[in-house]
Design a protein around this ligand. Structure first.
Ligand code: ADE
Length: 232
């Protein structure tokens, strides 16, 4: 892989990685600043896409069109959907879908995108396996989970909605960009991986927990991304 695109939704999620870059060139497209340069000797383009699926998809398309990236990695935080997945643990995507895609009125299943051949987007297996190995090496104290990540344009902070997500989609964690990045990557035939550190439990405690644990969660993903790039 020659050039890797790295997307975070928020400045907090990408600024530490950006600071470690060398030979940086910045270009602004679609109101997003794309930082092109080197990290761990690898060609990378790092960008904050903004929150939500539309921003995430637009950003991925720019990485495909203007930078011809060979892979897209999305890093950030997420709310846990499983008891055994704790704050600060990491979830690596096996696959991802949009939990707010609902064409059930037309007879489609929940989360199914009408007239598309794919609605559950599989992550690149090699990237998943490598990231898992890197996690075990660089953040051995952190719980690592590999499973489905569900995305929607909603911050989940309600026990009932969390239960609904678990029952309908069997996700490991929930966030607001991953599946849109995955869909755009799929349409452009680019391998992708979503890496999420758990900042909250996606229930009534989510808002408080998020502010308290976001920083710790992000530090773990930064270590993982650096280690991953060094081995790609
Ligand atoms: N990102 C971090 N926590 C989240 C949550 N509970 N819902 C949606 N996105 C999130």
């Amino acid at each position: 892989m020659n050039k890797i695109g790295i997307i975070g939704a928020m400045d907090e999620e990408v600024h530490i990685i950006k600071e470690q870059m060398q030979e940086v060139r910045i270009r602004t497209v679609a109101a997003m600043d794309f930082y092109e340069g080197k990290l761990q000797g690898k060609e990378v383009v790092i960008v904050r896409c903004g929150i939500g699926k539309v921003n995430a998809a637009v950003c991925t398309q720019v990485l495909a069109d203007l930078y011809q990236v060979d892979a897209v990695i999305n890093t950030g935080v997420a709310g846990s959907l499983r008891n055994e997945i704790d704050i600060a643990d990491i979830v690596l995507s096996t696959d991802t879908l949009q939990h707010d895609m609902d064409a059930t009125g037309f007879g489609y299943g929940l989360g199914i995108i009408p007239r598309m051949d794919c609605s559950v987007f599989p992550a690149d297996k090699k990237l998943v396996d490598l990231a898992k190995a890197v996690c075990e090496e660089v953040i051995p104290e952190v719980g690592i989970h590999t499973g489905r990540i569900v995305s929607g344009d909603q911050f989940i902070s309600d026990g009932g909605k969390k239960e609904w997500l678990i029952q309908n989609f069997d996700g490991y964690c929930t966030e607001m960009e991953g599946a849109a990045i995955a869909q755009a990557a799929y349409l452009n035939q680019i391998p992708f991986l979503i890496i999420r550190a758990i900042s909250d439990k996606a229930d009534h405690s989510a808002e408080m927990a998020y502010s308290e644990f976001e920083g710790i969660a992000i530090k773990n993903t930064v270590k993982l991304i650096s280690g991953l790039l060094a081995r790609l």
